[in-house]
Each structure stands twice: as structure tokens, then as C-alpha cells.
Design a protein around this ligand. Structure first.
Ligand code: MOS
Length: 756
């Protein structure tokens, strides 16, 4: 096959607004200097007079009950202010109403004597200093009635699990057995820990009526609402602040018990309390990605046309929660196939509660789907790209709707060209570079697109500056910068004269940084508010005596380049907007707008981002060394607002994908449920030396259904497909098909490739 077919992006639908050069610019993040100079304040950086410190005690069994807790010694130790256990927490924390805990865990914090996982908070010591609290926590004596924990990784062995049908069309039961070419294989993905660089932390301040909680949050509005519930305190008396976040990857979408405990202690002691979650507790008590076991059955014609596709999977959840890892997120619409079924079930294990992790469901799901597609290509003796192109579709066959903007085919074609795929020789072990065997693999990516109605505020001031604010937050993705770019685009005010204020739930309610919806949600809100502020300036210009536009028609006046001018005349002919404000003796105008969610017309479309990942591995058979050397990532994520922050997001996801493919797994001690690698030394993530050369390409085609700029979120899409592309490259290099992540050197020792 050839990939010389040129792609015409000009067939992309027009957007009603023509963006200026600031849109799509390669712009450094405006908060970068604050971060690199250590000036940016993260949650744990807040300090207050009379600050007390909370240190947790985690259960040292994974199942059972607490027989006794002896806190007497700890309570008498120097500086100790309070010891919280299940025996006294009810005196401080009313049971939350509505049966919801208000945290990422289903069960209210320390509500009884049952232990469901190793590391579960069973006591907290609060003291004048961190060291005193640590010493007191170590002096608390706890006895357990332990039971045998269930940590089995074999999910299909569990009896009596309800299987739910998540998507179904045609009849796979008859189509699969009749298919001339079949793949039937089980894939496994392990528990992965989010491991954001910034640890979870809460600094809680109580003023006798209201809480101010400095908590590392991907969703300050959601945190306020959840913590209002957890603390039985009206939402207007809870303020959540999260100005800078050292990422979250989903672990900071919901508050965790640390926030509730810190707030409870602050209220009880009537003084500020800091609770920094130790790194080891971030393997048990702040969520993780559930492990999955997925059986894939794919049937095809000898020509490679899919006839049947089944994904039957189970994931593990904690004892107290039913958390489904939606592995079939992309399966029903990724390919054209007449017979399809996705079924899922949940098994219970004695681990902490799982929660969304970057590309929840889709990422482990696509490991199975795309690995199975690669296995099918091998069986068909067909190029894996050609197999995918052959089964591409512009209709979502799960619901019959057209895609708002699907360019999966172009992702595969552009990627093949950038990667040099035409030079691939398909035979296992056939590509060499010196003593190294090279393997090349490809996989598709998909993640949903969405948008929520959001509020913001844009102020234009008489000193020529602008301020934009919203109760959203920047988890490291570039939200600060993107918001400034939108104001700049609508007004012509340079980005360096625009102040962005976010990370505070008391601001106009904005979107969470989750599900790759933040950009798509905040961009139209800021644009509408900026337009409202411009309208207010124009009104002043036409109403203020002495203004060059006095008593002119507002409709004939516009603002661009930071100047008020006649529509159709160049901006340079106009008057700086701040001069109009000064003339009108008005210090500033504020633009606000009603929140607007997705256009109702979008309901007629299926909305997703797509991508294609190309990976090269090198395998040194002499010393059994595997490296990922090169990744090309092509992303169809709608219009890209900032090429630099967007490329960084994608590169970061590729590095995370290398971790998923080759390194990441929380390993539990089968005897007691302790995560044995609960630290940064033993839970491996890629270092610079492990990171491949990464090429990121955006198709940059606006999605006509997402909003006036056509920008979808891109936080999660690029992690999808990386692991299966690497696992397929590993097969191409070594002949070993690894179906259980991570790929380990031990898995590859059976490889005969390169050994005479
Ligand atoms: Mo994402 S898992 O919504 O941070």
C-alpha cells in the first residue's frame, strides 16, 4: 500500500469565527515562570499562624476488623492536640446525608471498625508540629481480627458475577464461530497508580462558620459540593482553593478522606490543620486505575473485513465500591462491524477504591482491542494499518449517528508517512540496526469529546489590562494560557496584559479538568464573556460625550487590536479601549454570560477524538534489553488553541504510555494486601533515559459541534493506543506476544530472534 495520498484538510467545516494568530500559536505557558522559580503555591505550601499537622495511620491488614485501638500513649505525647479514630470521629463529623460519603470512597471516612484494604485510614494524630504528629501516629497501638484478603488477578475465575451488556448489535454468538479467521485471546492490565508529582494535600482553615480548604483539586467546584456533603456544611460555607496543581491524572477529580479529616480536625481544634498525604498512601487512599481482564474475540473474512467483535471484560473494584472501568468506551464505534457485543462485570478485591485515571476505560480497553487487531493482522498476513483503514467508518454503528468530526483514517495515513511505515518489513525480527532488532507497531486511539456549560468573567480595565476568571483550574495542562489566548483573540489585548484568576470555587462556576472537557468548556465561556465586555466598551464609546464614537450606531463599532474602531476600518485608526474607559470615568467594565453547553444539534452526532500511535522498539537479544526508541503520535483533537502546551500534553501522555507498556504495576503482597512497591523507587515510571524520541502531529481540524473554536479537549486521547502500539512493536521485534501488561524482560526470554 502507499501513503502518498494527499490529505485535503480544507474540507473541514467552516467555523463561524475566524481566529486571530494567537489561536494555535506556539505560546509558552504564562504560569511557567511562577512554577520554575518556586513562586507558585501548591496546596501544601500554605501556612497559617497556629497551624497544626495531621499524620495518618494506615491499616496493616487488608481485611478484617479493628479489635482495639490504644491511643492513650499517643495522646499524652508532647504537642499532641487530637487523635481521631472510628471511636470518636462521630463526635466531630456528623454522618453525611444522602448515603454518599462525599469522597472518592463510598464509605464515610473512618465510619466503623471494618478494614477493607491495607492502608485504610484507621487513626489520625494531630499535633503542633509535623514531627510530633508523626511520633504520635507511630505510638498508636492497633490490634486486628484479620481475615484472608482477596487479591487474585484472575477475574474470570470469580463465580456468580453479574455480567452487563454495554453494547450489542447483530449476533456475535453465531457470527464469531462462523468467521473464517478468528482471534480469541485474553488481555490483562494491572492496577496502576496515578503518581502525580504533587502529592495530595489539604490545608484546612475554619473561621467558626466557613471552611477554606487548600486542596489539590482537578475540580474546585466539584470539590466544594462534595466536601459540603461530607462535612454536612452548606456549600456557600465551603471554599476550595487550588491555584497550582502538580497534575492529577484523575486522582484529583474527587476529594479523598484527607480533605475531610483535615477539615474535621480544623473545626474541632478551631485552628488551621495541614494534612499532606504521604507518597505511600497514594497507592492505597487516593484512587488508582482498576486492573482489567479482557477476553477479545474478533472474526474476519480472509480479506480482512471484520464480521464479529466481542469484548468481554471484568475489572476489580474495592469491597465498598462498584467502580466500572469502562473498557468498552471506544469499542462500539471504532470499526465497522455488523456483529458486536461488549459485556462487563465487576469483581471485588481488598484494595483501595479505584477511580478514573487518564483515559479511564478506553486506555486499558484499547490495549485489548488494538492488540487483538494486531494479532488479526498477523493471522491475515495483512498490514495492520491497511486492516484498520479497511474497517474504518464515518458512521457510529452503535447508534447510527455520523461523527461530528472523525479523521481516524488521516491519523493513520499521516502517521505512516511521518514514521516511515512504508519501509517496514512485516516478518518478525526482520528489521535490524547493528546488533539491535527493531520492532514497529501501530495502534488506534479514541476518547470522547464533550463540553459543559461554564461561567467566567472578563474585566477590561482603564490601565489597558484585562482580567479573566473562572472557578476552573490548571492541572498543568495550560488552562491559564488558553484562557488568556481567548481574551486576546476577542479583544486584541496582548496575552502579557491579561491576568488569569482560577483555582478558587468562589469564582463564577467553571469546568472540572476531567474527561478532556475543560478546554472545550471554558473556551466558549471566556469568548462569550469577552464579547460581552467588548459590547460594554462599545456602549460606553457611543454614549460618552467627547468619544470619537459618540452617538454612533453600536453595531457599526468594533474592538480589535485593543482599540475601539469603526467596523471595516483598521484597528490602528481607532482609540485604545482604556481611553474610552478613562473618558467615561469608568475604571472597568465586566463581561459575563449565561453558561452554554453543547449545541442541542450535537445530539445528532457522535463526538470523539481520534488518533494513531506508531512505536519503534529496539531489542538487544544478547543482553535482553528492550527500549522504546521512537513514537509518532498523530492526534485528531479538533482545533488546537496552543501548539506548545498541546504538544506537551501529548508528549507527556506518550511517556506515560511507555510506563504503562513496560513498567507500571502496583504489586500487592498476596499474604496481607500491602502494596509492596508503594514508593517512587519501586513503582517504575519512565525517566528521561527511558523516553523515546517523540513526534507529535495534530490534524488541527475544528469540530463543528463543540463550540465556536472547534477545540476538543486533548488531555487523555494520547495515552490511548500507546501501550498496544508498543506491545505490537515488541511482537514484531521478538515474536513474543505479551497480553498481560506491563511487558517484562522475563516475558521476552523465550524469544529466539537474533539468537543463532
Ligand atoms: Mo481525567 S481521568 O478525567 O483526569
Amino acid at each position: 500500500m502507499t501513503f502518498s495520498e494527499s490529505i485535503d484538510f480544507n474540507d473541514a467545516p467552516d467555523t463561524p469565527f475566524t481566529p486571530s494568530s494567537v489561536i494555535g500559536a506556539t505560546l509558552s505557558r504564562i504560569d511557567g515562570p511562577l512554577k520554575t522559580t518556586g513562586t507558585a503555591k501548591y496546596s501544601a505550601d500554605y501556612n497559617f499562624p497556629r497551624l497544626a499537622y495531621a499524620v495518618p495511620v494506615g491499616a496493616t491488614v487488608a481485611a478484617g476488623t479493628i479489635k482495639s485501638i490504644d491511643t492513650a500513649t499517643a495522646e499524652k505525647m508532647p504537642g499532641v492536640l487530637l487523635v481521631i479514630t472510628h471511636q470518636n470521629i462521630a463526635d466531630m463529623l456528623p454522618a453525611p446525608k444522602g448515603g454518599r460519603s462525599g469522597t472518592g470512597e463510598g464509605r464515610p471516612v473512618m465510619s466503623d471498625d471494618t478494614v477493607n484494604y491495607w492502608g485504610q485510614y484507621v487513626a489520625v494524630a494531630v499535633a503542633e508540629t509535623f514531627q510530633q504528629a508523626q511520633a504520635a501516629a507511630a505510638a498508636i497501638r492497633i490490634q486486628y481480627d484479620p481475615q484472608k484478603p482477596n487479591l487474585s488477578r484472575l477475574f474470570f475465575d470469580d463465580p456468580n458475577i453479574n455480567m452487563n451488556s454495554n453494547s450489542k448489535r447483530g449476533d456475535t454468538a453465531s457470527a464469531f464461530p462462523a468467521a473464517p479467521v478468528q482471534v480469541d485471546a485474553v488481555y490483562r492490565t494491572p492496577v496502576e497508580a496515578h503518581n502525580p508529582m504533587e502529592m495530595h494535600a489539604t490545608v484546612a482553615v475554619w473561621d467558626g462558620k466557613s471552611f477554606t480548604l487548600y486542596d489539590s483539586s482537578q475540580n474546585v467546584v466539584g470539590f466544594r459540593n462534595s466536601l459540603s456533603q461530607a462535612l454536612s456544611t452548606p456549600a456557600e460555607n465551603v471554599r476550595v482553593i487550588s491555584r497550582f496543581i502538580g497534575s492529577g491524572f484523575g486522582s484529583k477529580l474527587s476529594p479523598w478522606p484527607n480533605a475531610v479529616i483535615a477539615a474535621t480536625a480544623a473545626r474541632k481544634l478551631n485552628r488551621p490543620v495541614k494534612f499532606t498525604v504521604p507518597r505511600s498512601f497514594m497507592f492505597t487512599s487516593t484512587g488508582h486505575r482498576a486492573a482489567t481482564e479482557q477476553r477479545m474475540r474478533i472474526g474476519a473474512t480472509p480479506q480482512g473485513k471484520l464480521v464479529s467483535l466481542e469484548q468481554n471484560y471484568r475489572n476489580d473494584s474495592s469491597i465498598g465500591d462498584n467502580s466500572r472501568e469502562n473498557c468498552g468506551e471506544a469499542t462500539p464505534f471504532l470499526y465497522s462491524v455488523p456483529n458486536l457485543q461488549v459485556t462487563s462485570g465487576i469483581v471485588k478485591r481488598n484494595t483501595g477504591t479505584p477511580c478514573p485515571m487518564r483515559g479511564p476505560g478506553a486506555v486499558p480497553g484499547l490495549f485489548a482491542v488494538e492488540s487483538a487487531m494486531d494479532e488479526l493482522a498477523v493471522k491475515l498476513n495483512m498490514d495492520p494499518i491497511q486492516l484498520r483503514l479497511l474497517n474504518d467508518t464515518l458512521t457510529d454503528e452503535s447508534n447510527g449517528k455520523p461523527f461530528s468530526s472523525r479523521h481516524y483514517k488521516e491519523c493513520l495515513q499521516v502517521g505512516a508517512e511521518k514514521f516511515g511505515w512504508a519501509n517496514r518489513t512485516p516478518a518478525v525480527g526482520s528489521m535490524k540496526k547493528g546488533d539491535l532488532i527493531l520492532g514497529w507497531g501501530v495502534a488506534g486511539a479514541s476518547w470522547s469529546a464533550g463540553r459543559r456549560g461554564s461561567e467566567a468573567s472578563v474585566i477590561l480595565a482603564d490601565d489597558g489590562t484585562a482580567k479573566v476568571s473562572s472557578a476552573t483550574q490548571d492541572i498543568g495542562t495550560g488552562t491559564y494560557t488558553v484562557m488568556a489566548q481567548i481574551v486576546s483573540d476577542r479583544t486584541g489585548i496582548p496575552v502579557n496584559r491579561i491576568d488569569v484568576v482560577i483555582g478558587d470555587s468562589s469564582l463564577p462556576p467553571g469546568p472540572g479538568s476531567g474527561g478532556s472537557t475543560c478546554t472545550a468548556s471554558i473556551v466558549p465561556a471566556v469568548a462569550d464573556c469577552a464579547d460581552a465586555a467588548v459590547k460594554a466598551i462599545v456602549a460606553l464609546a457611543t454614549q460618552t460625550a467627547g468619544s470619537p464614537f459618540f452617538q454612533q450606531e453600536a453595531a457599526s463599532i468594533t474592538v480589535s487590536g485593543g482599540r475601539v474602531h469603526a467596523a471595516g476600518s483598521p484597528a490602528a485608526s481607532g482609540t485604545p479601549f482604556q481611553d474610552i474607559l478613562k473618558l467615561a470615568k469608568t475604571p472597568s467594565v465586566t463581561g459575563a454570560a449565561q453558561p452554554v453547553g453543547l449545541d442541542p444539534k450535537s445530539r445528532d452526532y457522535s463526538m470523539h477524538s481520534f488518533g494513531a500511535q506508531f512505536a519503534e522498539v529496539s531489542w538487544d537479544p544478547g543482553i535482553a534489553r528492550l527500549r522504546v526508541t521512537r513514537v509518532v503520535s498523530v492526534i485528531d483533537g479538533g482545533r488546537i488553541i496552543n501548539k506548545k502546551t498541546a504538544s506537551s500534553q501529548i508528549s507527556g501522555a506518550v511517556v506515560m504510555g511507555v510506563g504503562m507498556a513496560l513498567m507500571e504495576e502496583v504489586v500487592y503482597d498476596q499474604r496481607n494486601g500491602a502494596p509492596v512497591n508503594a514508593n517512587y523507587a519501586d513503582y517504575l515510571v519512565p525517566t528521561h533515559a527511558d523516553s523515546p524520541q517523540i513526534d507529535v502531529h495534530f490534524l488541527d481540524i475544528p469540530d463543528p459541534m463543540i463550540g465556536q473554536y472547534g477545540a476538543r479537549g486533548i488531555g487523555e486521547i494520547a495515552l490511548a493506543g500507546v501501550a498496544p502500539a508498543i506491545a505490537s512493536a515488541v511482537y514484531h521485534a521478538t515474536g513474543v506476544r505479551v497480553r498481560s501488561l506491563p511487558v517484562r524482560i522475563e516475558d521476552l526470554l523465550t524469544s529466539k530472534v537474533g539468537l543463532a
